[in-house]
Design a protein around this ligand. Structure first.
Ligand code: ZN
Length: 354
């Protein structure tokens, strides 16, 4: 096949770093959208920013009657929104998306368009009662402290302040979920094959209920869709020496193919197709353990008359916390699997038995 093959080298890691360090809480995806638009324009037949802020990119295969294949990655990340100004640089806040309050205490944050540095403070250990030390802090008891010179307004967004790092085989960032999907989708667009019409959706507001994907799926009207995301790996050893059997996914075991979660039952033909593609190409993969969670696929599959969907994720540890960890090799294998898969999609795929 004459398609140039994507790879993950320094340039791709630099782009991922830029995407991860951008601040783009659900509803405020502008910083990531700007980077995406710069990257995709030279490779697109059409680029649209829709009413919600999704970036919808079409790259036609050339010729007629190609399957319309939608690939999706969400631009937003979990974070915070300021609720009220209590004076002296102190702000009450709410979480945006699923964040466990245990992750918040003592963490540096960046607030607003100017990325003002702040901290989520807590009571010092010297003054906390035994009971307080045992309990999970309530959101009500926490404040973002910008200091007296830090001026912000209710309604402004904030993110964890962690900077992207590359450490040996690992990458660490606040926003691997889902900038790693965004970077993957950019690479796939740059090397799009001619056997499909590639419909790339860089979506908004996934973390607050798959909202952008719903309208993106409706607009694209695809024959099938693949959501590219990042999923928890709870693969640490247990402390009592028992076997860890509920890990969701494991780092280093390759892309995670979904079968079932709270938002989607993945199309069995697409699950089988991805597994067979990986096996034929010698690419490692794992099945994400069926259970909770969800991806944009859950919204896309329920647009119009229904869309066959599947999700593929790069695993990461420490989901929706100030810092997650992934392996570069898992990212490489995810990109490889998706590239080989999109190159092999034909309209016959959906004529197969379920
Ligand atoms: Zn995600």
């Amino acid at each position: 096949m004459s398609v140039s093959q994507p790879a993950i080298e320094n340039a791709q890691l630099k782009l991922l770093e830029k995407l991860c360090n951008a601040c783009a809480v659900s509803g405020d995806e502008g910083e990531v959208r700007k980077i995406v638009l710069e990257e995709v324009k030279p490779f697109a037949d059409e680029v649209k920013v829709d009413a919600l802020g999704n970036v919808l990119v079409t790259r036609l295969g050339g010729g007629k009657n190609h399957p319309r294949v939608m690939l999706d990655a969400h631009m937003d990340e979990v974070g915070f929104i300021l609720v009220s100004d209590e004076g002296d640089g102190l702000y009450r806040f709410e979480t945006v998306g699923g964040i466990d309050a245990r992750h918040l205490v003592g963490k540096p944050v960046l607030v607003g368009k100017d990325h003002l540095p702040g901290v989520i403070g807590s009571k010092p250990i010297h003054l906390a009662s035994t009971d307080e030390l045992k309990r999970k802090p309530s959101l009500d008891s926490l404040r973002i402290d910008l200091g007296p010179s830090g001026k912000a307004k209710p309604g402004e967004w904030a993110t964890f302040a962690t900077k992207f790092r590359r450490v040996g085989p690992s990458i660490m960032s606040k926003a691997i979920d889902d900038r790693i999907g965004v970077a993957t989708l950019i690479e796939l667009l740059k090397h799009a094959p001619s056997n499909i019409d590639l419909l790339a959706a860089f979506t908004v507001q996934e973390e607050v209920g798959l909202r952008g994907a719903r309208v993106a799926g409706y607009a694209f009207e695809p024959n099938l869709a693949i959501a590219i995301d990042s999923t928890p790996a709870h693969d640490l050893p247990t402390y009592d020496g028992a076997e860890n059997t509920v890990y969701n996914t494991k780092l280093g075991a390759g892309p995670a193919i979904y079968v079932y979660n709270r938002a989607t039952i993945d199309d069995p033909r697409l699950v089988r197709f991805l597994q067979e593609t990986a096996e034929a190409a010698g690419i490692p993969y794992q099945i994400r353990q069926p259970g909770g969670g969800g991806t944009d696929a859950g919204a896309i599959q329920r647009t119009r008359g229904g869309v066959p969907v599947v999700s593929v994720s790069v695993p990461h540890r420490y989901t929706h916390s100030p810092i997650s960890i992934s392996r570069v090799d898992d990212w490489k294998h995810t990109l490889q699997l998706l590239q080989v898969a999109v190159q092999s999609i034909t309209s016959n795929l959906l004529l197969e038995k379920r």
